[in-house]
Design a protein around this ligand. Structure first.
Ligand code: CUA
Length: 185
């Protein structure tokens, strides 16, 4: 190997360093622009709701008591879904929502960390004990969507999933109490 003049050697090192710095810069710019692009174009955002709830008592009374769970249409027409993620099921197991209309989903866990996504939508959140996980979305397609737990929560994790039944707006009929449950099929 031929000996390089010290100055040449240094210049070569600088060149390599700049090349790597440029490559890393391009990667960071690509990742950042992808995050901004998906946030603006298809509404992919990290959940930002910070709302505390006592995991030890949430099933006893209040918003997440059993007879409050499921889909409710408020007097103002707001559709709110409440569900509990617990080892190893979602309560309720089936959730009815309308297509083409804003829906707010609220989840809480009385035991351990769970997570969920609804296939083919931008709904994807962790359900952390002690906090209410809230997601706003609009379902664009009708049909049955799978909502699996996607955070390992114990031996029954793989059995933990629910169905989201997206029905056309005109078939989404709340009862006298403003509740909507899944159609039996
Ligand atoms: Cu709940 Cu995995």
């Amino acid at each position: 190997m031929t000996e390089l003049h010290p100055e040449m050697h240094e210049r070569r090192i600088l060149g390599t360093e700049l090349l790597w710095a440029f490559g890393v810069g391009v990667l960071i710019a690509a990742v950042l622009s992808m995050i901004v692009f998906t946030a603006l174009s298809i509404g992919v955002n990290p959940p930002s709701n910070v709302e505390r709830i006592d995991p030890k008592t949430l099933h006893l009374s209040g918003e997440f008591a059993e007879d409050n769970l499921g889909t409710t249409v408020g007097a103002d027409g707001r559709v709110v879904v409440r569900a509990v993620a617990t080892q190893f099921m979602f309560v309720p197991r089936c959730i009815a929502v309308p297509a083409g209309r804003p829906v707010t989903l609220r989840f809480a866990s009385p035991d351990v960390l769970h997570g969920l996504l609804i296939t083919g939508t931008n709904v994807n959140t962790m359900v952390v004990p002690g906090y209410v996980a809230q997601v706003h979305t609009v379902f664009t397609r009708t049909g049955d969507l799978l909502m699996p737990c996607h955070e390992y929560c114990g031996l029954g994790h793989s059995e933990m999933w629910a169905t989201v039944q997206v029905v056309p707006e005109d078939q989404f009929q709340p009862n006298s109490e403003g509740r909507v449950s899944c159609a039996q099929r």
